[in-house]
Structures are given as structure tokens and as C-alpha cells.
Design a binder for this molecule. Structure first.
Ligand SMILES: [Fe+2]
Ligand SMILES: [Zn+2]
Length: 365
């Protein structure tokens, strides 16, 4: 079977469509007992002539993958975990297209730090922000729409569309595949007329508050694992229900219940946490104890990176890792932004940081 797997990965011009990189033969037409008739080393490659006379040339370093591939598609960049004072993670909008490596830098900052600030972004309109995000990947459509540009008015029935404080959470916990990236750009924050106010200036509500909070969920998971291993195991193994059902005609919930902490092998994949969007936890005493500890870690001062969003600075972050929240605010805020799927983001990171050969090895191996 190992031989068939090797033959199946032949990348010669007959076996792989050079325009699309897709397999161009039927795997199941090949003799399942195919064997090499002859093999010889040619430079860094192994040339195999098969029992059916087909010839393949494999770079030696790819052969291990066919034999021992672990299904791990994603080459990971090292992660810098952070608390209340992350290291710098920003770039200038002015570097777009001027620096040929700008996309590689942008995506690497998100990959390693979990977030990036794009400074000097025009804010006279939401359009430059939208175009920047579309360069990373297609904007993801949801029941709230695609690219958003809103002033809190509860037009969408979700607390995000109010001026209330929001505890750190991840977005779209209610999708099987939660939004990968999320972006915010505060276009303006101005005083607002008080509802029911008179003609005098005192009836204008000042623009204040609305401090943003980011929490590194991967660091929080590591802390929970260290301080209370049982609780960590509970949050990674007990699947719970999540939902979005505030809008008329909308009742979204993942097809299967999902855990708060998603781990594959030893790798932390995803944090899913919005207590307000959580459904029933069946027989959940153990879960509640674990979730209480988790919540306490997220609320620690030394875990919360706090800052004020300002016009001109776009915040883009990994919604599978970084939780976001805000303090209450007064006045009128106009915020635009969007979601981008994790697979689309990872594709952009890969294609902007690696050669075509490296990319193909990553996705096909
Ligand atoms: Fe949110
Ligand atoms: Zn071939």
C-alpha cells in the first residue's frame, strides 16, 4: 500500500495537471500491488521506474511525508503569547504595494502575535479599509451581511450593536467554522444628542469610553492547563451548544456541539467563547466549575491588553485565538470591519510567505 501511495503522489507532467496542480490520472486504475522495478538516486532525488514502466522522480525530502504524513497541513509560525503588554505588532498602510513583502509581513504579524494594527489608513470613508481586507481574502458573508459599517442602533439584534460593555469573547461561536479573522476600524467617535434632550448644549452626550480589550486565548488556555489541569480537560473535552437567534428568521447553531478549547494532538487550534451566546450545558456541574476558572483567568488585569481604537488604525485579529471586548461608551461611534475565513487567511499567509514549491508541499503532503 505504501508503494501505491508513493506512485499516487507522482508529480510528473503526465500525472499532474501543470495548470491546476490537480491529479490527472485515476488512482484506482493503478495496480494496487504496484512495485518499483528499478530505483536510482539522481542528485537530491530518487528516480523510480515502476512495474508498469511509468517513471517518477521524487525529491528525497518529500518521500518521508508519503510514508509518515500526520495529516498536519499547516506549517505554524512561532506564536508569541502575551498578556496586558504585547510586543509591537503594527505596520503602515503606506507600505501597501510600496514594500513588495507587505502582505507577507501583515499575515506573519497576525499569525505570530494574533493581531496587527494597520496605521495611517484613510478614514474619510470605509472604502480603503474594505479594499485592504479584500486583499487578504474574500470577506465572509453572514446573516449580518458582509463588510459592515455601522453606528450602534440595534439594527441587528446583538449586543455588539449597542453601547454596552462587552466581556472578552470570540465572535461567531455559533458557526461550525467560526470567523478566522475579524477587523475593526473606528472611523469616528463624536458627541451625540441626548435622546429626548432639549435645545441646550448640556443635552449633548460627550464622546467617551469604549476602550478596547484583547485577551490572548492561547495564553489563557496554557495558564488554565497549568493551574487547573482538570478544568482544562473539561473545557477541551465537553462539547456545549452555541447559538445566534436574536434576529427574526435566524436560528444558527453548529451541527454538532463544540468545546471551548479545541486541541488536535498537542496543538491548540481554537478558542470558542462567548458566554452570552452559549446554550444549555447538559448535566454541566463539572463544566461550570471549569468555565468559572477560565472566566477568572480572562478577567485578570495582567491578561487584558487595553487600548483606545482611533480613526486611521485598523485592528485585524485572529478570532480563533484572541478574545475581544470593550468598555461601555457614550457618544456615537462609527465602526467598519469584516470577517475573513481562517482557510482564506491561511492561504494568503502561505502564498505570501513561501515559494510555490513549498506551498504545494504544505497543502498536498
Ligand atoms: Fe464581538
Ligand atoms: Zn507520473
Amino acid at each position: 500500500m505504501l508503494m501505491l501511495a508513493t506512485r499516487d503522489n507522482c508529480a510528473c507532467a503526465k500525472c499532474r495537471n501543470e495548470d491546476t496542480n490537480q491529479r490527472s490520472f485515476d488512482t484506482f486504475d493503478i495496480d494496487p500491488d504496484i512495485r518499483p522495478a528499478h530505483a536510482e538516486g539522481v542528485g537530491e532525488c530518487l528516480k523510480i521506474t515502476w512495474s508498469d514502466q511509468h517513471e517518477s522522480v521524487f525529491p528525497v525530502n518529500t518521500l518521508d511525508r508519503y510514508a509518515f504524513g500526520d495529516g498536519e497541513h499547516e506549517t505554524t509560525a512561532p506564536s508569541n503569547l502575551w498578556g496586558s503588554v504585547p510586543g509591537p505588532s503594527s505596520m503602515s498602510y503606506l507600505s501597501i504595494d510600496r514594500d513588495p513583502k507587505w502582505m507577507a509581513k501583515l499575515t506573519t504579524l497576525i499569525k505570530t502575535n494574533g493581531f496587527v494594527f494597520v496605521c495611517d489608513t484613510p478614514y474619510h470613508s470605509p472604502e480603503p479599509t474594505k479594499q485592504l481586507l479584500e486583499r487578504i481574502g474574500p470577506i465572509r458573508n453572514t446573516h449580518y451581511g458582509g463588510f459592515y459599517d455601522f453606528i450602534p442602533d440595534l439594527a441587528s439584534a446583538d449586543t455588539a450593536y449597542t453601547n454596552l460593555a462587552l466581556a472578552p469573547h470570540t465572535d461567531t461561536t455559533y458557526f461550525s467554522d467560526p470567523a478566522g479573522l475579524q477587523a475593526f476600524h473606528l472611523l469616528s467617535h463624536v458627541p451625540a444628542p441626548k435622546i429626548g434632550g432639549g435645545e441646550t448644549g448640556a443635552d449633548v452626550e460627550a464622546a467617551s469610553g469604549g476602550e478596547s480589550i484583547l485577551v490572548d486565548g492561547f495564553k489563557a488556555s496554557n495558564i488554565l492547563q497549568r493551574e487547573d489541569y482538570g478544568s482544562w480537560l473539561t473545557l477541551r473535552s465537553m462539547a456545549v451548544r452555541w447559538h445566534a437567534s436574536g434576529n427574526e428568521g435566524i436560528a444558527v447553531t453548529p451541527g454538532q456541539m463544540r468545546p471551548v478549547i479545541l486541541v488536535r494532538g498537542k496543538k491548540l487550534i481554537q478558542i470558542r467563547w462567548n458566554n452570552d451566546d452559549r446554550g444549555v450545558v447538559p448535566l454541566g456541574n463539572t463544566w461550570y466549575k471549569a468555565a468559572r476558572k477560565w472566566d477568572q483567568i480572562l478577567k485578570r488585569e495582567n491578561m487584558q491588553f487595553k487600548f483606545q481604537l482611533k480613526p486611521g488604525t485598523v485592528l485585524i485579529f485572529n478570532n480563533w485565538r484572541v478574545l475581544h471586548g470593550r468598555t461601555a461608551f457614550t457618544g456615537t461611534r462609527r465602526i467598519c470591519g469584516a470577517y475573513i475565513s481562517m482557510d482564506d487567511f491561511t492561504s494568503r499567509w502561505r502564498t505570501s510567505n513561501f515559494s510555490k514549491e513549498e506551498v504545494l508541499a504544505q497543502v498536498m503532503g
